[in-house]
Ligand binder design. Structure first.
Ligand SMILES: Nc1ncnc2c1ncn2[C@@H]1O[C@H](COP(=O)(O)OP(=O)(O)OP(=O)(O)O)[C@@H](O)[C@H]1O
Length: 334
């Protein structure tokens, strides 16, 4: 894979060409100070100070233990300064306007990825955002975005960069009735569509068994009419959504191989299909027995890391020590 293939999959690169067959999206260049804010994991977690009083979030996550430290150091020079919330008024204003134009709620992404692993932290448990603070919280809490920020070019044979020169915040109109069964990943090798996979592989959707042939025809037509000659790489994947009235919308482009999940295929199978000139195949989960486990971590690494010395391990040790102390104390037996 070449750097140019990875670059073409950035939304700000492909969206202008595919606007009429995609979902409504606004793109904002991020100031470097905001990128540094996303990367900075030293010190406490501060949300940006908001220009809006309506914002639902306070400027920092409330943690009573940290709050004591904060009060103790308040006014004591450097430390107090280090704890003051960053502020991005121009960016916030532009985002506020875009959210209003997009109907009041958006789905956020960076150049390539969405902060999928942060959904658990939001009040709705989804990536739906209505304010700049909500967006900042999801972006700052995400481990998936570290890929975009630091590792996007790691699989390139001609790697010269560790990150793109500019980052963009992508705001997409929020679709509350997104039906996961109607999302598909399409695999293109040598400019030929070789495979299509159900995108959400953890569930069996009986309705897909009936719709399978129709969906395959719709996507193949869409690829031939709208994607093949317009997307300049030879090998890539793209994700589509098929609407109830049988229109196809392109959601995303990803490089062939590397970090991109092959879902119900393996990369070897797809390579072989391309080599042998096999007919296009659309794969779906055919029965309840065929479901695949979640292929992604949907929570940050700290949540999953249970090894000795991890945050979780420490939490368990503290909890068990506390429990032991409680059982030793006279009140416990009363
Ligand atoms: N505008 C939207 N409104 C509501 N839900 C959405 C919207 N866009 C995407 N989603 C949901 O969020 C999921 C992840 O979105 P998306 O594919 O853009 O993220 P991603 O980080 O590029 O994922 P990947 O790296 O696996 O391609 C989608 O599969 C879809 O279910």
């Amino acid at each position: 894979m070449k750097e140019e293939d990875v670059n073409r999959c950035q939304i700000q690169e492909w969206y202008p060409k595919f606007k009429s067959v995609s979902i409504r999206t606004f793109i904002h260049e991020l100031p470097e100070s905001f990128v540094q804010y996303l990367l900075d994991d030293s010190g406490p977690f501060l949300l940006p100070a908001s220009i809006s009083n309506e914002d639902a979030f306070p400027n920092r996550i409330h943690n009573p233990e940290e709050e004591e430290d904060y009060q103790a150091s308040e006014g004591s020079g450097d430390e107090a300064e280090a704890l003051s919330a960053p502020c991005f008024p121009e960016l916030e204003l532009k985002i506020k306007e875009s959210i209003e134009t997009l109907g009041g709620a958006i789905f956020p992404k960076l150049n390539w990825s969405a902060p999928k692993d942060s959904a658990w932290i939001s009040t709705s448990g989804t990536l739906r955002c209505t304010t700049f603070s909500e967006i900042a919280l999801l972006l700052r809490s995400s481990d998936s975005l570290i890929h975009d920020l630091c590792h996007a070019y790691d699989s390139c044979s001609d790697k010269t960069m560790s990150r793109p020169p500019k980052f963009f915040l992508i705001l997409r109109k929020w679709y509350p009735r997104f039906q996961p069964e109607m999302e598909f990943r399409c695999f293109v090798k040598g400019q030929k569509l070789v495979g299509i996979s159900q995108r959400e592989v953890t569930t069996f959707y009986p309705v897909l068994c009936e719709k399978k042939n129709k969906v395959e025809v719709l996507i193949e037509e869409f690829f031939n009419d709208n994607v093949r000659v317009k997307f300049e790489s030879d090998d890539y994947t793209f994700d589509v959504y098929v609407t109830e009235d049988e229109r196809v919308k392109v959601l995303d482009f990803n490089p062939w191989g590397a970090f991109t999940l092959p879902l119900l295929f393996t990369w070897e199978e797809l390579e072989q299909k391309a080599r042998e000139g096999d007919d296009l195949e659309l794969r779906i989960v055919e029965s309840r027995c065929g479901v695949r486990p979640g292929l992604k971590t949907a929570v940050p690494y700290d949540y999953l890391d249970v090894s000795a010395g991890s945050g979780w391990d420490q939490f368990l040790r503290n909890a068990s020590e506390e429990l032991q102390q409680q059982t030793k104390s006279p009140e416990a037996g009363a």
